[in-house]
Design a protein around this ligand. Sequence first.
Ligand code: MG
Length: 169
Amino acid sequence: MPRIKKLFNFRESELKKKALELLVERGVTMDDLIELVLFLQKDYYPHISREMCLHNIERVLDKREIQNAIITGIQLDMLAEQKKLMSPLQQIIETDEGLYGIDEVLALSIVNVYGSIGFTNYGYIDKTKPGILEKLNDKESDETHTFLDDIVGAIAAAASSRLAHSQGK
Ligand code: MG
């Protein structure tokens, strides 16, 4: 089974590269992620720097399960944009139907990696939708970011949680 073997041999660095490329391609920059972490943490750590935020975001993006969540969610968004999903999944994802919920479940798999502070952070950022999250949620846009908005919020929440744990030591 050469195909399966090839998949499992996929180098970790290549997976990370693809995940990062997809984020940029879909309009999310490191600066956007830094802004979200600052938004979540500035009240708790007044001396927090952009470098600290970036460091924690990068460690989060090093995790294979998070890279997998990124490429899976973005792929579904892209297929929905290209109208290539089966019905009724096509309509559900295209219209970002509120009761679908699998976008949030995928995001929780990211948040999960860094423990319970991440859940609170994710819930808060998902409700307030600051910065890039507001842009990704623009209902007037032709783009589909049903999964991406939750993924981005979850990366910021996980990085904040990682930062909080590292400060507590
Ligand atoms: Mg969503």
